[in-house]
Design a protein around this ligand. Structure first.
Ligand SMILES: [Zn+2]
Length: 64
């Protein structure tokens, strides 16, 4: 049984962001591969670029 070691090629961070539309705070993945929307109001918070995420809002805190 072969098992791939999960070694990330780039550092993955968690970003705490605040929705500019409704003020909801949520944590998103810096390496998200899909668009990230606010869980409360569906406002677009980030979309994916060529290699990293493009934030549409301010980052409150970075984890990891
Ligand atoms: Zn929102």
């Amino acid at each position: 049984m072969s098992r791939k070691a999960s070694v990330p090629t780039q550092k993955t961070k968690f970003l705490r962001v605040k929705c500019p539309a409704c003020g909801n705070e949520q944590t998103i993945f810096s390496s998200a591969t899909t668009k990230v929307k606010c869980l409360a109001c569906n406002h677009l918070l980030a979309e994916t670029g060529a290699s990293k995420i493009k934030l549409k809002t301010k980052v409150l805190k970075v984890f990891g």
